[in-house]
Structure formats: structure tokens, C-alpha cells
Design a protein around this ligand. Structure first.
Ligand SMILES: [Fe+2]
Ligand SMILES: [Fe+2]
Length: 170
């Protein structure tokens, strides 16, 4: 697939995109497109995060989150279609404009940093729930809620990873 060129009014970097989606309470199709790109990029960012440890169990937990973030991108893409917004499939990492400036870890792989990161994931469920509640379209709402539930799983995996690191240290 060809590289996606972002319309000028959309957030141009991943940091702007994360900041933007946090302010949205009732998403437009454009907001959902930003979400597709953010979720797709998050797969890569979780994989990069996992490079910060050699603890195999922690790597597995982070990779599990990575795989699900790409699933979220697909569901956000299906929600766009359900809303009549057309075809907007998640791009590969190399075609994702939010990874053009490179990729980075979400955080260091320490118990403290992973617990802090978990708060963002738990906040993700609240965000998705609000977005779902704002939509009249039942199919799109169900897709967003499915993402939201898994953001809570992500938060719980990060807490589990933090505990594993602490035990390995003790
Ligand atoms: Fe996600
Ligand atoms: Fe997540």
C-alpha cells in the first residue's frame, strides 16, 4: 500500500495525534482515521518497548499488547466503514505517517514506568467507552467498545509485567 499523506488539518506527528485523540469526546471519521494510524503505530511502539528488557515473560506480555493494538487499528477501520467513511485500512509500519520520524519505546521497562503506562491504557478504555456512547451507529459503537475492553487487558498486562520485574529483582 502507498504511503498515507495526512490532510493538513489532521495531527502531523504521533505525539500530536496522541494529544488530539485525548481531547475528542465524539469522534468524526477523521478522528477515527487518526486512531487507526495511532493504533497501528502502537504495535511497533510496543515492540520497540519490549527491546528494553531481556525478561522473556515481560517481552511476551508487551508483544501480546502489540498484536492487539494492530487488531484495534483494524476495528477502528471497520468502524469508519460502518459509519460510511469508506475504506481506510491500517498501514504497515513503513507506510504509517506517524512512524515517519522514527519509532520510540512507550516507556522504559521498569516497574514504575510500566505502572505509569498502565494508567494510559486504563484511560484508553474510558476514552473508547465515551466515543462508543457518542455514536448512534450500533456496529461502530460495538467495535470501539471491544477495543476499550482490551485496553484494560493491556493495563493489567503492564501491571503484571511490573510485578514480574520486581520479583526478578528481589
Ligand atoms: Fe489500542
Ligand atoms: Fe493498548
Amino acid at each position: 500500500m502507498a504511503e498515507i499523506v495526512l490532510d493538513a488539518h489532521l495531527p502531523q506527528t504521533i505525539r500530536e495525534a496522541f494529544a488530539h485523540i485525548g481531547t475528542v469526546t465524539a469522534p468524526t471519521v477523521d478522528d477515527l482515521k487518526v486512531m487507526v494510524l495511532v493504533e497501528a503505530a502502537s504495535e511497533t511502539l510496543y515492540k520497540v518497548t519490549a527491546q528494553g528488557t531481556d525478561n522473556a515473560a515481560v517481552i511476551e506480555l508487551l508483544h501480546h499488547n502489540a498484536v492487539e493494538e494492530m487488531k484495534h487499528a483494524h476495528r477502528a477501520s471497520q468502524a469508519i466503514a460502518a459509519l460510511g467513511g469508506g475504506d481506510f485500512p491500517p498501514p504497515s509500519a513503513q507506510d504509517n505517517p506517524y512512524l515517519k520520524a522514527g519509532s520510540f519505546p512507550f516507556s522504559e521497562v521498569t516497574p514504575e514506568a510500566l505502572r505509569k503506562l498502565s494508567a494510559g491504557e486504563f484511560g484508553g478504555e474510558a476514552l473508547y467507552e465515551g466515543w462508543a456512547a457518542s455514536l448512534d451507529n450500533a456496529e461502530a459503537a460495538a467495535l470501539l467498545r471491544a477495543n476499550g475492553r482490551e485496553e484494560t487487558d493491556h493495563g493489567n498486562r503492564l501491571l503484571q509485567a511490573a510485578d514480574l520485574l520486581e520479583r526478578a529483582d528481589a
